[in-house]
Design a protein around this ligand. Structure first.
Ligand code: ZN
Length: 276
């Protein structure tokens, strides 16, 4: 039997996973369980002083992994597309202030236009912010989403498309976030992970599980081991492709947010050690 992961050295948690916890409390709770990385959602640190965020991370021995989430470039109207670019530039500066080395891009889509038009606007949006990302030293990670979100959240719905995009730019500041929730069923997943690694484009690895049945399209993600995603197998493909970064737990769950968050965190760590 595969024993799973032996320690928490590469365990990172997205703040949204424990959304009811304030950022300060979450940092302490993560650190006390041996978690080493944190991916910070914008709303979790909204209004906080950047120096205070850096100090909290440092005091708890936490490495900032990514800032979540930029993107949302497509829109029917030019002024909304311009506003999206400005917002992404603002996030790059916020990430710089908090010393977070990467911005995750949930690329966006507008249901009023063809997906290909949205994809072109995504490319243009990335083109517009990439010089600033380079200058500030913040990486951009394109996250392909499950096609059920192609209406409003992402016209990038496969790892192949994300690879195409990253290879089009061929820039060390642009890569891909591989999230098992969005990609687990893809028949070409192993090959596309391998391709992503060969081109130096694997920037991030997000984990959770697909519950059977899933009762909410957005907020019913499972704890690792609770659903049908072959987590160990996918981790093996990631390692074969040369990925050595953090394993980022990202669970949106109305059900889990209603539970005691400290106890839920214990379960997250146990599930990670056992099933990932
Ligand atoms: Zn993700």
């Amino acid at each position: 039997m595969d024993p799973g992961i032996k320690d928490t050295d590469r365990l990172c948690i997205h703040t949204v996973t424990t959304r009811p916890m304030a950022f300060e409390e979450a940092c302490g709770a993560y650190a006390s369980r041996g978690v080493k990385g944190v991916s910070i959602w914008r709303d979790a640190v909204d209004g906080m002083d950047h120096g205070a965020v850096r100090k909290l991370l440092r005091d708890n021995g936490l490495t900032p992994v990514s800032y979540v989430r930029g993107g949302f470039f497509p829109a029917l109207e030019q002024d909304r597309r311009d506003a999206a670019i400005q917002d992404n530039l603002a996030m790059l500066h916020e990430a710089t202030g908090m010393e977070i080395p990467m911005l995750v891009l949930v690329c966006g889509a507008d249901p009023g236009q063809f997906l290909q038009v949205s994809r072109d606007q995504i490319r243009q949006g990335i083109e517009a912010i990439l010089p600033a990302a380079r200058e500030l030293g913040i990486k951009l990670a394109v996250e392909p989403l499950h096609p059920m979100y192609a209406d409003t959240r992402s016209a990038i719905t496969s790892l192949k498309q994300a690879n195409d995009l990253a290879e089009y730019f061929n820039d060390k500041y642009l890569g891909v976030a591989v999230d098992v929730y969005h990609l687990w069923y893809d028949e070409s997943l192993e090959a596309e992970i391998s391709r992503c690694g060969k081109n130096g484009n694997i920037f991030a690895y997000h984990i959770s599980d697909w519950k059977v049945p899933t009762v909410d399209m957005l907020n019913d993600r499972g704890l690792m081991g609770e659903g049908c995603i072959p987590l160990k197998r996918i981790r093996g493909w990631m390692e074969d492709a040369g990925f050595e970064g953090f394993h980022e737990v990202e669970i949106f769950s109305t059900r889990y947010w209603e539970e005691d968050q400290a106890r839920f965190l214990d379960r997250v760590v146990d599930a990670y050690l056992q099933h990932c």
